[in-house]
Design a protein around this ligand. Sequence first.
Ligand code: UD1
Ligand code: MG
Length: 452
Amino acid sequence: MSQSRFAAIILAAGNGTRMKSAIPKVMHPVAGQPMIAHLQQALEPLRPAATVVVIGPEMDEVARTVAPAETVIQDPPLGTGDAVRTALRTLEGRLAPRGGIDEVLVLYGDTPLLRGETLVRLLAEQQRAPAAILLAGMRPADPGPYGRLIPAPEGAIQRIVEGADATPEEYAIGLVWGGLMLIRASHVLELVEALDRNNAKSEFYLTAIVGLATHKGLQCRALELPAEEMIGINTRAELAEAEALMQWRLRRAAMDSGVTLVAPETVYLSADTRFGHDVIVEPNVSFGPGVTVGEGARICSFSYFEGASIGAGARVGPFARLRPGAVLEDEVHVGNFVEVKAARLGAGAKANHLSYIGDAEVGARTNIGAGTITCNYDGFNKHRTTIGEAVFIGSNTALVAPVTIGDGAYIAAGSVVTREVPADALTIARGQQVDKEGRAAEIRERLRGKNG
Ligand code: UD1
Ligand code: MG
């Protein structure tokens, strides 16, 4: 499809007052990643000619998150219209008729559920029947404070009125604006420059450009798009609503790709969770960011993962915790109350009960007995534990790092291992057992005599 060249402007400078938060609104995560990252991912395949993100002062974290997209600082944030004006300063020379950009796509940073294919629909509609401004309309169950799209003859839109400023008749309109619009580049500057602050909030409202355009005889239209993709997040309750919608989207995608979720409503996924075919996920499992699960793995209930890679055919949980840098190769078993961090377990290795494996390398087919701890921290620094292949670590062993265990070694239960163990050695590092024949009976006799 031949497509006009467009620049994207993402607004993210607002104070997010209604979130009552110390962090910028667009940095609040949905499915494990900041809202604004979702928008960027939807936009990316459309290859905008330029992307400018408008941020507020002291929002370096947002700038880092959206890089390499260009950022401009709106200081102070005087409203959505002022935000677009700030972005246009950096785009000016690139806009038609002087430059090659024909359209400006404005996106609000607080609408993380928008899909790329929906953006494509909006751009295609503008190609089919160009308007000076093409608005994304939606009909949410509760139109609440959203901007009402006031109709004009012949299906056009005359202006937008904020829910808060609407008359009862306007308020009753169900078609509202979803925080997404396409503006023809040849008109955008004059329209945005003409905005004023004559409204309840004394802000420059971007929405007022629709009325201005109509007044100039320019045509504004709306394309109705799915409401569940355009929910704007202004409060924590809306954040939770968006999270719930996104979770269902991700669960459905996982199931469609061949994953069994036994009780999908209890499984929490991140936008970047990746599964092979025939993975089975039992109820009550959380996947934080950065997790991949190989084909045929079984994830048992009440497990919690982040930054971890689980190999094909592995069996993990119930009650397992994999922290960043945990790599389980194929057919590894990690059982209940086992925590793995920054550690690789080679193919077929097993740690089935009650262990902490951190900053470690565990060779293939090694068995880690119940209660084994890698003592990786001395109060100041972290140290590594290296365990070879086919090692047997007896129950309740403390491996005091840095330490290396050679291939095929056998560590007796209850050992505290503080130095290197050679390959194939049997190591016993614990107090000796002493048996004093008959002494138990003697003690019993004595104590009984004393007591009566
Ligand atoms: C806005 C619209 C409303 C629409 C709704 C869709 C206006 C005046 N109202 O309301 O019609 O139905 O979105 O979700 O536009 N921002 C800046 N600089 C500012 C102010 C805001 O960059 O000075 C950014 C915010 O960070 C946010 C976006 O613009 O990402 C929208 O602002 P927000 O305050 O959420 O507007 P709404 O009240 O939701
Ligand atoms: Mg909003």
